[in-house]
Design a protein around this ligand. Structure first.
Ligand code: GAR
Length: 213
């Protein structure tokens, strides 16, 4: 009898979560709904991820993430990219905001803007992103649509270090999501998000652990 694919490809989470000298200080960057922000916040509340969320930065007025941040009691700062003359100017204010809130790890959770060396150099090696594909497959926009259009049998998500090229940088953790014949973009996206919420807190802990060792 074949084992189910999902049992083989879903990475185990820590049995004992690492403790750091100080809780990690996270700055979350988000553009949309904010479900990954909420998953990270709940992991912290459960005593798993040893961290605090110093600030949530979002770029779209009215984005769901702002409401979630408010419900979670987290400071949220709107930096609307439409009001900046360049990507660098926006990133300059992002860096200032993160530093003003004592952030040491930058966590992109549905941040849908390209970032520049201004941000990457200020937080070298300490910026993570989550993307809804098994990178390096399907970088960029509409990754779930891309996977469906390509006819893959297994989709998934990746947490990775951020480098200048979009959705590049070494992977920290991935989870695979087998396709079902009836899948549509929303059904596949929903199953991928279940895995995103599982692995992102663990990947943050793993990245921080690798940083201190
Ligand atoms: C997530 O699925 C994340 O992987 C994706 O945006 C979604 C945000 O969801 N990010 C990207 O596509 C980045 N290239 P959320 O706002 O509910 O956390």
């Amino acid at each position: 009898m074949l084992e189910t694919a999902s049992a083989l490809i879903s990475p185990p989470l820590p049995v004992v979560w690492p403790r750091f000298e100080q809780p990690l200080s996270l700055g979350i960057m988000a553009s949309g709904n904010g479900s990954n922000l909420e998953a990270i916040a709940h992991s912290i509340e459960r005593g798993e991820l040893h961290a605090r969320i110093g600030v949530v930065i979002y770029n779209n007025p009215g984005a769901g993430v702002a409401e979630r941040a408010s419900r979670l009691g987290l400071p949220a700062v709107l930096l609307n990219h439409r009001h900046y003359p360049s990507r660098e100017a926006l990133d300059h204010d992002i860096v200032q905001t993160l530093q003003a809130h004592g952030v040491d790890w930058v966590i992109m959770a549905g941040w849908m803007r390209c970032v520049t060396a201004v941000l990457i150099d200020a937080f070298a090696g300490q910026i993570l992103n989550i993307h809804p594909s098994l990178l390096p497959s399907f970088p960029g926009l509409r990754a779930v649509d891309q996977a469906l259009a390509a006819g893959v049998k297994v989709a998934g998500c990746t947490v990775h270090h951020v480098e200048l090229a979009v959705d590049s940088g070494p992977a920290i953790m991935q989870a695979a999501v087998p396709l079902e014949p009836s899948d549509t973009p929303p059904t596949l996206q929903a199953r991928i998000q279940v895995q995103e919420h599982r692995i992102y807190p663990a990947a943050i802990a793993l990245a921080a652990l690798e940083n201190v060792n």
